[in-house]
Design a protein around this ligand. Structure first.
Ligand SMILES: Cc1cc2nc3c(=O)[nH]c(=O)nc-3n(C[C@H](O)[C@H](O)[C@H](O)COP(=O)(O)OP(=O)(O)OC[C@H]3O[C@@H](n4cnc5c(N)ncnc54)[C@H](O)[C@@H]3O)c2cc1C
Length: 373
């Protein structure tokens, strides 16, 4: 099929915008990105399930920083509540913003244009001109197809999710004095470190380096400083290499995927796995279908809406489970420890994408049917 005249406009050249563009083959795409450098400033840890990693790998070479086979949950006193070990990796850490840079190359090789330093100010609907957007320099671009992938930091956030729970995530990359086990990923569930979320220690490469972060509603900087102090005392932090951070969305996901004829994808939909704030999963699930819908000229609108409803339902269930785990944190941690040390054996897998599996597993364990594997 040859390229047609229809251009697609994507607002935001982050992971959601670029990954969607990688699926658009038969139309020209213009991506307007406010930053002057793709993927900058970096804000994401890049920890995803094997399935999500495989979805990115369909399109680009994905640089892996670590493969995790064990997840350790620590409590307020840094004692182990639970440790989950698997022969198959639980999650992988992919290099970001390397992923965005690779996707940008794919987009440009497909003939798509990426306009850096182009912040979009507004979206207009003008009679006879269809849908247009106006960039900060006054330049207008009009198209039948506008995709908004500008994240939750943008002025377009209200178009989709009227209410979206947000917290601030910050992370430092450090060089350590002692080597950590590179296959063990640790989360710290402590009110002092992160009452709303948790702290994390994610080894990088051979474990001499690690990404140490926290996310919470308030005082993220002092909370991270406290966590770093503890890590320094126990392991020794030789050097801070870099810092990154940004908004983490925790649902509930937007009801609408298409609003006033513009389509959303990514954080703008408040679509994340709320327990870990992982937004990449929903992006990989939606991007191919949005591209398909655009290229098949709206014949598949009903199908696209159905796909979003199913994904939304899944994320919404995770949202309620996560609210429970946050509001009744002590009970949740108790459940976790009981499930981890329970005597009855059974089969119960933790799926890094479907966090509901953890809660189902915990409840199953308490009733003596299952044990965490
Ligand atoms: C500390 C931290 C750790 C995280 N860790 C993980 C993790 O381990 N796993 C995971 O799955 N997720 C993680 N996330 C979440 C993940 O980063 C997001 O879900 C994901 O980046 C969302 O992608 P996006 O493209 O929707 O938004 P963004 O990545 O925010 O990209 C939006 C883009 O739009 C541009 N933009 C904004 N406004 C405009 C405008 N008006 N005009 C033009 N361009 C605009 C921005 O410059 C940006 O490049 C983490 C987030 C944080 C903050």
């Amino acid at each position: 099929m040859s390229k047609n005249d229809n251009e697609v406009i994507i607002i935001g050249g982050g992971i959601a915008g670029l990954f969607t563009a990688s699926y658009i083959k038969d139309s020209d795409v213009i991506i307007l990105e406010s930053s002057r450098r793709i993927g900058w400033p970096p804000h994401c840890s890049g920890i995803v399930s094997i399935n999500t990693y495989e979805e990115f790998r369909k399109k680009v070479h994905v640089e892996i920083e670590s493969i995790y086979r064990e997840a350790i949950f620590l409590d307020n006193k840094f004692s182990t509540i639970c440790s989950v070990e698997r022969r198959r990796p639980i999650a992988v850490k992919i290099a970001r913003p390397r992923l965005e840079e690779e996707l940008a190359v794919v987009a440009e090789n497909s003939g798509h244009k990426i306009l850096l330093g182009s912040r979009v100010e507004k979206i207009e609907m003008k009679e006879g001109q269809g849908r247009c957007i106006v960039a900060h320099n006054g330049k207008r671009f009009c198209s039948e197809h506008i995709i908004v992938a500008a994240g939750q930091n943008s002025s377009f956030a209200h178009i989709f999710a009227r209410y979206c729970r947000k917290i601030i995530g910050i992370e430092t990359r450090v060089e350590l004095n002692k080597r950590l086990d590179p296959e063990k990923f640790t989360t710290i569930h402590s009110n002092r470190i992160a009452p709303e979320f948790f702290g994390w220690i994610a080894p990088i490469h051979d474990g001499r380096k690690a990404a140490i972060g926290i996310a919470d509603k308030s005082e993220p900087v002092s909370r991270l400083a406290y966590l770093l102090k503890i890590v320094d005392k126990r392991i020794g932090v030789r050097k801070i290499i870099s810092r990154r951070g940004g908004i983490i969305v925790r649902g509930p996901p937007s009801k609408e995927l298409i609003n006033k004829h513009v389509i959303g994808i990514g954080d703008i939909l408040c679509a994340s796995k709320p327990f870990t704030g992982g937004g990449l999963y929903a992006i990989t699930k939606l991007a191919p279908h949005i591209a398909n819908y655009i290229e098949r000229e709206r014949k598949r609108k009903r199908e696209l809406i159905r796909i979003w409803r199913n994904l939304r339902r899944e994320l919404l269930t995770q949202y309620y489970y996560t609210r429970f785990a946050t509001l009744f944190r002590d009970s949740f941690l108790l459940l976790l420890s009981v499930a981890c040390t329970g005597e009855k054996k059974g089969v119960c897998r933790i799926d890094y994408d479907r966090h509901t599996s953890l809660m189902n597993c915990l409840l199953g364990s308490v009733y003596g049917k299952k044990q965490i594997t």
